[in-house]
Design a protein around this ligand. Structure first.
Ligand code: 3HB
Length: 325
């Protein structure tokens, strides 16, 4: 039987392999944040790096501002493989698995620096691992700024917020917190906030310095309460279904670049918070520091309930405490 000499065979195979061009990939990433938001900037930066890192073979199209729908819709698209990547808040994730909501625990950490560290810790990593059960592949955690409260009218005479209609992110733990604070929580995604606040449908909103400045919410706020009462995590995810279709080389490249991008986001937010705080003051906003007393008994009551409902919270608290020791 005719056989090719081994060396010739190897040479032939290499030639064939080189002749088959690596497949061009066009990927899509969805986010709810508007184009000027840091997450959207980072998604555009990621697109540039993916293109450069793949020699122009991988194109990442960025869809900000909820162009692909709500987070619930994006999550379905990720599960079916219709969407490749997303930067998700814990809103819809918590609706699927209450454990994700532990990251919105009030006064968990004192600063954005500590928040960034906590989001690199073992509990955050355990939550990232669990994304597999939702048909997602976790590629790292980012964050937005520390939470504050915009108020159309000043605090009540007793120094609390009770009785106000306050916008929250639509997730159980936040709704519960604001109910315990005696307010009427009104769940509303970021994309719907502007009209609701400008029209006076809500008396206040939980947000951050960045969103308050970029949307000029301070124009409608008698006071911007600098509470820093919660962190705001972000999960960078891929569709587990689509992930399997990428080559090992592409998987490694995407995982590395997304991981680096979210690490930059975590590192940047302490500065972003400080910059936007200064910009707000410069623009004439009434930024006032406030402590947990504005929430009445909510903080203690909240922990009592959620430690039992989501025991993983106790691990997270222990980690947070160790960070400040
Ligand atoms: C929000 O308040 O819903 C939100 C804020 C962000 C990023 C994403 C969502 O800075």
């Amino acid at each position: 039987m005719f056989t090719l000499p081994r060396r010739l065979l190897t040479a032939t195979l290499i030639t064939l392999a080189l002749a088959v061009p690596a497949l061009a990939e066009t990927l899509r990433i969805g986010l709810i944040t508007p184009p000027p938001h840091q997450w959207s900037r980072s998604a555009r930066d990621l697109a540039e790096k993916l293109s450069a890192g793949s020699g122009g073979r991988i194109t990442l199209n960025v869809f900000p501002a909820g162009q692909l729908g709500s987070e619930a819709q994006m999550l379905q698209q990720l599960q079916s493989g219709a969407l490749d990547l997303a930067f998700l808040t814990v809103g819809e994730l918590t609706n699927r698995d209450a454990d994700y909501g532990i990251l919105t625990a009030p006064y968990l950490v004192p600063s954005a620096e500590a928040a960034a560290k906590l989001l690199e810790g073992p509990t955050a990593m355990a939550l990232q691992e669990k994304l597999g059960t939702l048909g997602l592949k976790g590629l790292g955690l980012g964050m937005a700024g520390m939470r504050l409260v915009n108020l159309r009218a000043a605090l009540n005479a007793d120094g609390t917020l009770s009785g106000r209609k306050i916008r929250t992110v639509p997730l159980a733990q936040e709704l519960d917190f604001w109910t315990r604070a005696g307010t009427a929580p009104t769940p509303m995604p970021l994309t719907e906030l502007f009209d609701a606040y400008a029209n006076g449908q809500i008396d206040g909103m939980q947000l951050d310095f960045e969103g308050t400045f970029n949307n000029r919410f301070y124009d409608y706020s008698e006071v911007v309460l600098d509470t820093g009462h919660m962190i705001f995590p972000m999960f960078a995810v891929a569709s587990a279904r689509k992930w399997q279709s990428y080559s090992p080389g592409d998987q490694a490249l995407i995982a590395r670049l997304v991981g680096e991008e979210v690490a930059e986001i975590r590192a940047a937010y302490p500065g972003i918070d400080a910059d936007y705080r200064a910009k707000l003051i410069e623009a004439g906003a009434n930024v006032v520091k406030a402590g947990p007393e504005v929430f009445g008994p909510a903080v203690g009551d909240w922990y009592e309930h959620w430690r039992e409902a989501t025991p993983l919270l106790t691990d997270l608290e222990a980690e947070a405490k160790a960070l400040s020791e």
